[in-house]
Design a protein around this ligand. Sequence first.
Ligand SMILES: Nc1ncnc2c1ncn2[C@@H]1O[C@H](COP(=O)(O)OP(=O)(O)OP(=O)(O)O)[C@@H](O)[C@H]1O
Ligand SMILES: [Mg+2]
Length: 276
Amino acid sequence: MNRMTATPPAEASVSPAAPAIALNDLTMRFGAGTETPVLAVDRVSFSLAPGEFVSLVGPSGCGKTTILNLLTGLLHEEHEGDVRVLGKKPRSGNPDIAYMLARDSLLPWRTALGNAAFGMEVRGVARPERQARALELLKQVGLGDFADKYPKALSHGMRQRCALARTFALDSTVLLMDEPFGALDAQTKLTLEDVLMDLWSAHRKTVVFVTHDLAEAIALSDRVIVMSARPGRMIADVPVDLPRPRSVRKLQTDHRFHDLYAQLWGLLEQGVTNDE
Ligand SMILES: Nc1ncnc2c1ncn2[C@@H]1O[C@H](COP(=O)(O)OP(=O)(O)OP(=O)(O)O)[C@@H](O)[C@H]1O
Ligand SMILES: [Mg+2]
């Protein structure tokens, strides 16, 4: 594995924070014991410090969603190796984790406010508190004037903003995001990436962000983990040492951004042919 880890700051070596997420030699095989087992993830190890934003990139089928599903405790198939979220083995329904997918999955019979508050309602947050927090988050994603509108009256990008508001309103320590902007047009995507950066800067969650868009991965992340084609192995862990706060739009004209893009693209190409 190609480790391109930045030199840690001096204070980090004195008292390293316990990782928020830690995968140690994770191997995941679907259909173990059948005639056609599928080795999806092969000895993957990485960790995230609290508040870190890390993207996971790699070819389709290399196990990115599988890794997120394992972290949520949604996958009950056997795996080898150790997976920890905030020091504990993953379990489903863990309030420390929020999961956001490419489809907005809003409830059509609820308003934007009702949707943004839904996750909190499930978790038993009192009505006045969840309404206030949901409205605040809707304002932060630019939907303050649409709180009483139903999803059918919102564009796709607006629905994804609403889903972002719902995700952040949960106030979970860890966010897992699986191509959340993958189905959006380029311009809406840039806008939502900036919205996500603002929210992340304000709330400092630990984020694992899966994407096929290298520019998006660089613009958002502290590090980008590159995986090979299935079985997914780690090819590289690349630090993104671009200063923050970042404007995703302005980065497009920064040569360091383009250098990183070329580096990541080269690594991905190196990993597309991977013999099982
Ligand atoms: N529940 C399952 N049962 C059997 N095989 C599965 C299951 N989930 C995933 N797989 C297999 O595991 C491999 C990894 O799938 P996964 O969905 O994690 O890939 P991915 O990296 O998220 O791909 P994409 O970029 O297309 O979303 C694939 O070969 C897939 O067929
Ligand atoms: Mg996937």
